[in-house]
Design a protein around this ligand. Structure first.
Ligand SMILES: [Cu+2]
Length: 178
């Protein structure tokens, strides 16, 4: 775990340096750290060579929104933006007291009925991870541009605010979480 995080950090640093050298003229933000993470968890890292985004979500981080949060975020107050056509690898941990998962649905609001068979992209649903359990992961291809919500499908967590926004955008070459 520690090794993979530091590898990701190193990779992100290399990518940042490469992007700076390339003088692409577009945004230079490669990564965004979360506010509530005690160890500066990297929320997203981007790898343009493999067109892959790694997303680290820690559910139940602290007491924000009564524990119904990802990385301390809830109620759409953060947006995960990923490049169109890239592979999105989601790693979901749980530092809280309730089980959680992460599902992606089309639209900009929590759907009235959360049907795991109707996620926006094939694979855009993690398993449920219990408190303190080993993180779970899934990956999907963000194959259609637009607005999405990433939410928890457990109980009424999403209705109670456990969701963030997600945007799939054409013409960008790195992800952001802000
Ligand atoms: Cu939940």
């Amino acid at each position: 775990m520690n090794r993979s995080i530091s590898t990701a950090l190193t990779l992100a640093a290399v990518l940042s340096a490469s992007a700076a050298l390339a003088q692409s003229g577009t945004t230079s933000t490669t990564t965004t750290t979360t506010q509530a993470a005690p160890a500066m968890v990297m929320a997203v890292t981007s790898d343009a060579s493999t067109k892959t985004v790694k997303v680290n979500l820690m559910s139940g981080m602290g007491t924000a929104n009564g524990g119904l949060n990802y990385n301390g975020d809830s109620k759409g107050d953060k947006t995960l933006t990923v490049p169109l056509g890239w592979t999105v690898e989601v790693m979901l941990g749980n530092s809280g007291r309730m089980p959680h998962n992460a599902l992606v649905f089309a639209g900009s609001a929590v759907p009235a009925t959360i049907d795991p068979s109707k996620v926006a992209f094939k694979g855009a649903a993690t398993a449920v991870v219990g408190p303190g359990q080993t993180p779970v992961s899934t990956s999907f291809v963000a194959s259609r541009p637009g607005s999405y919500v990433l939410l928890c499908g457990v109980g009424r967590h999403a209705a109670n605010g456990m969701w963030i926004k997600m945007t799939v955008a054409n013409g960008i070459k790195e992800a952001s979480y802000k």
